[in-house]
Design a protein around this ligand. Structure first.
Ligand code: TYD
Length: 425
């Protein structure tokens, strides 16, 4: 059975308020109109702009037409990308395509900008047809929906967050699903004909795809102590969330109760007598539990798991730093991870001398950080060896640059790699 699912864009796939608010403010300011409160600005999301400038800003039809023109001049350049994909949307679109569904977009936003947004956020790969008004004229939603549907289908849904979407669905003769996480209220959606009301993207996903949403992505971040991992982890999380990934953050050693207890033993400054073998086995033991309790279960839900360190840390610190050898450490860890490698590993590249200098500046060193410079030189060399052996998995970023630059470059590379992986699947 061929199923078609058509989505509205604003308030359903993306949360475009930041860009929309800024552009409405810009239009009002340019036409010397008084500012509008935020709750009024919110009502601009979804309905045709001309309609909103008349009904929300009290303009004449003529002035509203001018406001739309000013709005669009800023929107096409900047406002377009002041946007966020709702977390979980990528999982939903990928799951629909895996089922073999037709996926369309029917939006009141003009065709060109809509295509650019969907391409920019890497969503276009899952969408069979994008339909928006061809020029600045506002087309009726039902017409747009009809145009976004395939030539033949057995069953079709329109997912949208406003009454215009539900009424359009009814006129086009298809079923309406209310996206309750968007800009319309539950009452508005139900009254206008939503046959199902989805309060969250996750509810929408279960309704349309059941439990089988496909595996998520596994990312790890690596680097010497002092390479700026914590800052970059939080920056990467924010960026990934803006692109619609549901990010679950975790760390090694640790990440779950048993592994956190093992972490305390490993990093305790009093445990100077710990043998190198014990240390390597404890890291691997903590990892085995972490894989079992956190990493695999999260990946099964389709989310993106971002781990602060993983197996490469053991190869670098125990294999290189402690000189147990890459091969031995890999063997121990094979038993812990059973072949579960990250899809992408970010390496924050910083010479060990620089990393050490930064670290002493920042905090009291733990047992590992108290190690000598020669130890950290070996750690660095072992990392470089891993990168040489698995170039396809690594994203290496020069971490000596200012942290904003590092963050932007890292995010750009990671997104490019993720989009490519998504396209291959
Ligand atoms: P981390 O939590 O990154 O330390 P911090 O938060 O202080 O930067 O890692 C703790 C230490 O454990 C760090 O020095 C690296 C080391 N380590 C290993 O030696 N082997 C491993 O397998 C892992 C995961 C960490």
């Amino acid at each position: 059975m061929r199923r078609a699912v058509i989505f509205d864009l604003d308030g359903t796939l993306t949360q475009s308020e930041e860009g929309i608010f800024n552009c409405v403010r810009y239009a009002l300011d340019t036409l010397h109109q008084k500012e509008l409160p935020e709750e009024t600005l919110r009502r601009f999301v979804g309905p045709p702009l001309q309609y909103s400038f008349v009904h929300e800003a009290g303009m004449t039809e003529e002035m509203a037409a001018e406001a739309v023109r000013v709005y669009r001049s800023r929107y096409t350049e900047v406002g377009l990308f002041e946007n966020r994909v709702y977390p979980g949307i990528r999982t939903l679109l990928a799951a629909l395509k895996r089922r073999g569904d037709w996926v369309g977009v029917a939006t009141g936003k003009p065709q060109g900008p809509s295509e650019r947004i969907l391409a920019h956020f890497g969503l276009a790969q899952w969408i069979d047809r994008i339909v928006g008004p061809a020029d600045s004229a506002d087309a009726g939603k039902a017409e747009l929906i009809r145009a976004a549907l395939p030539e033949a289908y057995d069953e079709a849904y329109m997912v949208g967050d406003r009454c215009f979407d539900m009424e359009g669905a009814r006129k086009a003769g298809i079923r309406g699903i209310g996206a309750g996480y968007g800009y319309g209220s539950e009452e508005e959606l139900r009254k206008s004909g939503a046959e199902y009301y989805a309060p969250t993207v996750q509810a929408l996903t279960s309704y349309l795809c059941g439990k089988d949403v496909g595996r998520g992505w596994f990312l790890s971040m690596e680097g010497l102590d002092g390479s700026g991992k914590s800052t970059q982890l939080s920056y990467l999380t924010q960026t990934l969330e803006r692109y619609g990934y549901e990010v679950v953050h975790t760390r090694e050693p640790g990440g779950c109760p048993i592994s956190e207890k093992i972490r305390e033993i490993i990093l305790d400054r009093d445990n100077q007598g710990m043998t190198e073998e014990t240390e390597a086995l404890l890291y691997a033991a903590s990892r085995a539990q972490h894989v079992h309790d956190v990493i695999r279960p999260v990946l099964e839900t389709g989310k993106l798991l971002l781990s602060d360190r993983y197996i490469d840390s053991s190869v670098a610190y125990q294999g290189g730093g402690r000189e147990l050898g890459v091969k031995t450490v890999m063997e121990i860890n094979q038993y812990a991870i059973h072949g579960l490698y990250p899809d992408i590993t970010v390496f924050l590249d910083l010479p060990h001398e620089v990393a050490i200098a930064r670290r002493y500046h920042d905090s009291v060193p733990d047992r590992m950080e108290m190690e000598s410079s020669a130890f950290h030189a070996r750690v660095e060399a072992a990392y470089r060896e891993m990168i040489r052996l698995h170039p396809e998995r690594f994203v290496c970023v020069d971490a000596s640059e200012p942290k904003e630059t590092v963050g932007e470059k890292m995010a750009e590379h990671v997104l490019k790699k993720l989009f490519a992986l998504e396209a291959e699947r």
